[in-house]
Design a protein. Structure first.
Length: 132
């Protein structure tokens, strides 16, 4: 169950006032199926409020799913994945493909959404070591 009353902690800069990209790394594996409608509603509301141009949305299951045409999510989780969980591929994509395409002064904020652990890279401990 999602606690909607919990406030966000820490300062959140307004990306409309600076050169900032918000990267959503969103778990679209099968286990997210039950919460997907709420996630789509909340994510799309945030993107629409702040502005599409400030967002990059990367979904992952056992593959990376990225639609460069829009940062919005669709109601069907199958459009974004629906299989097992490989967290590492999203972070590798950011490092190799996203960070290199922007000016050095671009600030990035990452919003990571997942309900579980990676089941494609030998478990969480191996994943953490690989991401260090």
């Amino acid at each position: 169950k999602v606690d909607r009353s919990a406030p966000l902690e820490g300062p959140i800069d307004d990306p409309r006032t600076k050169d900032m990209k918000i990267i959503g790394i969103i778990d679209s594996s099968y286990s997210m199926h039950d919460v997907w409608p709420l996630l789509v509603e909340q994510w799309n509301a945030l993107v629409n409020e702040v502005g599409h141009e400030h967002f990059i949305t990367l979904c992952f299951d056992n593959e990376l799913h990225h639609n460069p045409e829009t940062p919005l999510l669709t109601p069907s989780i199958n459009s974004h994945g629906g299989k097992s969980t490989n967290i590492k591929i999203a972070f590798e994509h950011i490092e190799k493909e996203i960070f290199t395409k922007y000016e050095a002064n671009t600030e990035f904020k990452i919003i990571f959404v997942s309900d579980g652990q990676d089941n494609q890279n030998g478990g969480t401990a191996k994943l953490e070591a690989a991401l260090d």
